[in-house]
Design a protein around this ligand. Structure first.
Ligand code: DP6
Length: 330
């Protein structure tokens, strides 16, 4: 099955219809996975091997405005500066928009504004594609449900399927070949005491995009064979911990899950490591603080920076140990 088949299924009679408005704007929060999505059962439709669970970062994310243009070519603006449509991200955006258009028409001005540190490994493709899909929904007047938008955004980037809600969100892996059962929905209640802090060790671009890394891992890593089982265990533990608002249980499961994901990458060939010496040093510092009684855990995505998990009451103490920690309000 191809992306276009799914879009046709979802849009029905609105498929390839003309936009209903001159312009539309939509915002989507970015999300951080506590139980990771790593590996696809279908690379065309971004269908995951396992379910995953994330937390959205409140008002941190992307706002996308789409405007109809009379010129022939699309114009892409990222955070106020033109972005060539030949760049990796630019190409992905335009190719995605082409799924909804005939011969690249109507051409669009696409303004994407992100209020997250772009190079710091906060999922920019997640909020980028989710806000793009939400803006398309308004521009074309499709009136789709959030569940359907989650499926559409997944076609752009897997983790984008989780970026339509605040709080905790679960992305169901699903089993169907067309992926109509692979969408996200909110999980459980809010946990206002929970905090996430961003510990940046490097702003450098990642050596290998996560899309390629997860593919290589799935194909070559012996440890990947145990990944689905690992996720099953961690997902259950994370859900229980959220329901009971138990930071130690949540932190332990999330940290284990992230480390297991990175272990699968280390055993891939050629091996992949997103960690820098400063990443490992920060992990050791966290483990030391924890053994001294401070309740702090970390998770790590496809980059060298760490996201710390802790409770509001420990903000001051933690900031002493990590002075440049950026507390991301939830
Ligand atoms: C490590 O969603 O960026 O952040 O579906 O190929 O676009 P594609 O991958 P992407 O992968 C995210 C991987 C991760 C874990 C996660 O967010 O669950």
């Amino acid at each position: 099955m191809h992306k276009k088949d799914i879009i046709q299924l979802l849009l029905g009679k609105y498929y390839l219809h003309a936009p209903q408005h001159e312009q539309a704007t939509a915002f989507a929060p970015t999300n951080i996975a506590l139980c990771k999505y790593w590996g696809k059962r279908d690379t065309e439709l971004n269908l995951p091997v396992t379910s995953s669970l994330s937390i959205s970062l409140g008002n941190k994310g992307a706002s996308t405005t789409l405007r109809l243009l009379s010129e022939a070519e699309d114009v892409l603006i990222l955070n106020g500066s033109p972005l060539e449509t030949t760049t990796r991200f630019g190409k992905r955006v335009v190719e995605f928009l082409d799924l909804f258009r005939i011969q690249q028409q109507p051409s669009l001005r696409i303004d994407i504004n992100m209020n997250i540190p772009l190079a710091a490994g906060l999922a920019s493709s997640a909020c980028g594609f989710a806000s793009l899909v939400a803006a398309l929904n308004k521009l074309y007047g499709w009136g789709l449900s959030l569940q359907d938008l989650s499926i559409l955004a997944r076609l752009g980037s897997g983790s984008a399927s989780r970026s339509f809600w605040s709080g905790f969100v679960e992305w169901h892996a699903g089993i169907q070949a067309d992926g109509m059962d692979s969408y996200s929905e909110p999980f459980s209640a809010a946990w206002p005491e929970l905090c996430i802090g961003l510990h940046v060790v490097s702003h450098e671009a990642k050596p290998i995009p996560s899309r390629e890394a997860m593919q290589r891992t799935r194909e070559t890593s012996v440890l990947y064979r145990s990944w689905p089982e690992q996720v099953q265990r961690d997902l259950l533990a994370i859900k229980q911990a959220i329901n009971q608002q138990d930071i130690s249980a949540l932190g332990a499961a999330a940290e284990t899950n992230a480390l297991a994901m990175h272990a699968t990458m280390l055993s891939a060939w050629p091996p992949i490591s997103y960690s820098l010496p400063a990443t490992t040093a920060a992990m050791h510092a966290i483990w030391q603080l924890r053994s001294a009684g401070l309740v702090v855990y970390f998770t790590q995505d496809a980059g060298p920076n760490l996201k710390l998990l802790f409770l509001k009451k420990d903000i001051e103490l933690l900031s002493k140990h990590f002075p440049s920690l950026e507390i991301i309000a939830l």
